[in-house]
Design a protein around this ligand. Structure first.
Ligand code: BGC
Length: 740
């Protein structure tokens, strides 16, 4: 028996059949923006639009559950299913509330946090990461992955920095593009978040950000712009905060910049309960409203989805003529376009989860992202031998770091702890362990360990340290509330949970200490002289312990470079230098007084020496960088600056180096940072191997945003090109001139 279809269903089915036939004929397995079928798709979208009732259209513009929107069942139009993002696919959440649904088939691969990915400076790894997490999202039947996040690292207190790609707009722009493209190859939309200026969690749902046009365009928008223009993301998420008095989720910049200037043709999705007005949501570019509860606080439970701003109030406004029908049509067109790219694309792959390939990608990103910050007397690598005793001390040696953190929390199939990784690697040595301190419950993860006696934890750690040749202190922050976690900022810049006191005690009995900093943020490190070595190990996901053990043992040479500055003290950071008005704001109003001088731009221009600078990271090998040249010294605006140099691995082991090119404009007519990153090249070399590195910088990428006529301008005159392997380790400065 054939099922019976009505006329409308037959109509829609025939459209899909035509489209899918066209797709398969084009030999192009994945439908893309550029696909030849896009004109055809636009025609189909218009036809479908004619079939939809006003009620059906409006129903597509808001949530029907925590993570899905309604389809139109009579026409076979599917629901859209979303999931967090960005470090793996989140476990299934219940239909109507934030509790986990308790499925047993939703565990996944946890990838390293995006700060770690940024530290790799490796575009291919970003692509592999995006592709792998996209495959997992596809397997889990998600149409939209809520990530990646590219908000700029402005203050080390921001509880959510670990989900972003650091302080430099150029680095974030480069790294985000392959991630997006990788995800979307699976027919899963990458939803880049949080547009825009969501640079702190404190007061995130009410703070109003005032920032200059220049800083907006030069610092805070570039990674979003690269996502749209180069990554071609199919979705973007609004943020909670306000910008110039209006909520960013329905702010005029959505239309003006995103949809008009950048011609973004995807869907703007609200952050969960970040919409606050039907009129603004309708008119200022929000397409889908997602949420927690009607009032944005999650307290209303009765029929709340129909009370959303883009639900019944929107429908009423359309019916009584407050809004023209074209307003909803524009939103539904975008939503249908998203569907043709995702759940109406029958040619998309089936996806996969927890594969060996995904684990390998997670491991490689983790290893390449770890940054060696100090290595006195070649403390690392530590070679295994049977007479060696290693004391692994610290709660972070065993604490799950995929649990907690907020919406990026994950349920991995497994998570190798640092202790486990080290024990497996050092199977000849004696590995002792002591927790040393305890931090208590993780609010998001709902983990409530029994409370232990802190004095006895400390005593035990000292005892263990005394017996050992080497102490590996695995400390730092964690994913609990007020640490690296969504919803609030950190309360202190220094190490929490009295770890410094513990370190002092350990130092009295054993001076051979290596510190493994587990964090997504800079931490104040006045105790640096007490440790021989320091590794920044981020949050590394499923393969955490293996990656750490590979680096500690020297099976992998560290090559990560910091994607943000470590200031000596908090006031050295630009946002904090200007006090309360700048961070966190006064009466919910905040002024980004440092303007364009964010991160290393501030430190260098104001000559404030950081503890560790942007782009810095040590290796177990060393490189000789020579013959640094530029193709010519006079350029016009449409030229490319070509920089090349020789690089040789002159150490004993394989390793990788990141050549970094910064450009500065002395005697500029406007305020400038001393220099800004404009190009980089990561090169892997065997011991003794040599190669040439080529870096291309388009002259027009040196433009500044001219506020007097609201556009980019390349200033003519002399520039300095700085070539080095860290922002504070410049090997050569070359002058160039930009002429007409
Ligand atoms: C977060 C978003 C997340 C959403 C859904 C919000 O609280 O800010 O990043 O995607 O929740 O979990």
């Amino acid at each position: 028996m054939f099922p019976k279809f009505n006329i409308q269903q037959l109509f829609i089915i025939s459209l899909f059949v035509v489209i899918n036939t066209l797709n398969s004929q084009s030999n192009n397995l994945i439908m893309t923006n550029k696909s030849l079928d896009s004109i055809e798709i636009e025609k189909q979208i218009n036809k479908i639009l004619e079939e939809l009732t006003l009620e059906e259209k409006v129903a597509m513009c808001h949530a029907q559950s925590k993570f899905s929107t309604k389809g139109v069942s009579r026409l076979g139009i599917p629901e859209i299913w979303m999931s967090d993002g960005p470090h793996g696919v989140r476990a299934e959440i219940s239909w109507d509330d934030w509790s986990y649904a308790g499925w047993t088939n939703d565990s996944i691969t946890a990838f390293p946090a995006l700060t770690c990915l940024a530290s790799t400076f490796n575009l291919e790894l970003s692509s592999a990461y995006g592709f792998s997490v996209g495959e997992e999202a596809r397997y889990r039947k998600k149409d939209v992955l809520l990530g990646p996040g590219v908000n700029i690292y402005r203050t080390p207190l921001n509880g959510r920095n670990f989900e972003y790609m650091g302080e430099d707009p150029f680095l974030a722009s480069k790294m985000v593009v392959p991630y997006i493209q990788g995800v979307q190859k699976n027919g899963v939309a990458a939803c880049v978040k949080h547009f825009v200026l969501n640079n702190q969690e404190h007061w995130r749902d009410k703070v109003n950000v005032e920032v200059s046009d220049r800083a907006l365009h030069e610092i805070y928008l570039p990674a979003f712009k690269a996502s749209v223009l180069e990554g071609k993301n199919w979705a973007i998420m609004g943020a909670y905060n306000k910008f110039r008095g209006k909520y960013t989720t329905h702010n005029p910049i959505l239309y003006k910049i995103l949809k008009t200037d950048w011609k973004f043709d995807g869907v703007v999705i609200s952050d969960w309960s970040s919409a606050h007005s039907t009129e603004e949501a309708a008119l200022y570019g929000l397409d889908i409203e997602m949420g927690t509860g009607t009032d944005g606080l999650g307290t209303t439970t009765k029929d709340f989805y129909s009370l959303y701003y883009l639900a019944t109030p929107f429908l009423d406004g359309l019916k009584d003529g407050t809004f023209p029908i074209s307003v909803v049509d524009e939103k539904v067109k975008r939503i249908l376009r998203l569907m043709f790219r995702t759940n109406l694309n029958n040619n998309r792959s089936l996806g996969s989860v927890n594969t060996k390939e995904h684990q390998d990608v997670a491991l490689q990103v983790a290893k390449e992202g770890i940054v060696l910050l100090k290595n006195e007397s070649d403390f690392f690598p530590i070679k295994d031998h049977k007479n060696l005793t290693i004391a692994v001390i610290g709660e972070n040696a065993t604490r799950s770091m995929t649990a907690g953190g907020g919406s990026s929390e994950l349920k991995p199939k497994f998570e190798i702890s640092p202790l486990q990784g080290i024990k497996e690697k050092y199977n000849k040595a004696t590995v002792l362990h002591a927790m040393g301190y305890q931090t208590g419950a993780s609010e998001y993860a709902k983990i409530y360990p029994p409370t232990l006696d802190l004095d006895s934890l400390k005593r035990e750690a000292i005892k263990v340290a005394k017996k050992a040749d080497i102490v590996l202190f695995v400390g730092g922050l964690n994913k609990s509330h007020l640490q690296d976690c969504e919803g609030e900022d950190r309360q202190q810049f220094g190490l929490p949970f009295k770890q410094e006191e513990l370190l002092d005690e350990i130092y009295k009995v054993n001076k051979n200490i290596g510190f493994l900093m587990v964090s997504g943020n800079a931490v104040e490190i006045p105790w640096l002289p007490k440790v021989k070595a320091l590794l920044q190990t981020w949050y590394l996901g499923s393969m955490s312990g293996h990656a750490i053990a590979d680096i500690v043992s020297g099976d992998e040479t560290p090559s990560g470079k910091l994607p943000f500055t470590f200031p000596v003290k908090l006031e050295d950071n630009a946002a904090h230098f200007y006090g309360e008005e700048s961070y966190p704001g006064i009466n919910y109003n905040q002024y980004y007084k440092e303007d364009i001088l964010v991160g290393y731009r501030w430190h260098e221009t104001k000559n404030i020496k950081p503890l560790f600078s942007f782009g810095y990271g040590l290796s177990y090998t060393s490189f000789n960088i020579s013959d640094i040249k530029i193709n010519k010294n006079k350029f016009s605006v449409n030229d490319n600056i070509l920089i090349n140099c020789k690089i040789k691995n002159i150490g004993k082991v394989e390793g990788a180096e990141v050549i970094q090119v910064y450009v500065g404009k002395p005697n500029s007519k406007v305020k400038r940072a001393l220099k800004e990153l404009k190009g980089f090249d990561k090169i892997k070399l065997q011991s003794g191997e040599e190669t040439i590195s080529n870096i291309k910088i388009p002259v027009n990428s040196l433009a500044f945003y001219n506020e007097t006529f609201s556009d980019w301008e390349v200033e003519k005159g002399e520039y300095i090109v700085y070539i080095g392997n860290a922002s504070d380790n410049i090997l050569k400065e070359l002058k160039i001139v930009i002429v007409e």
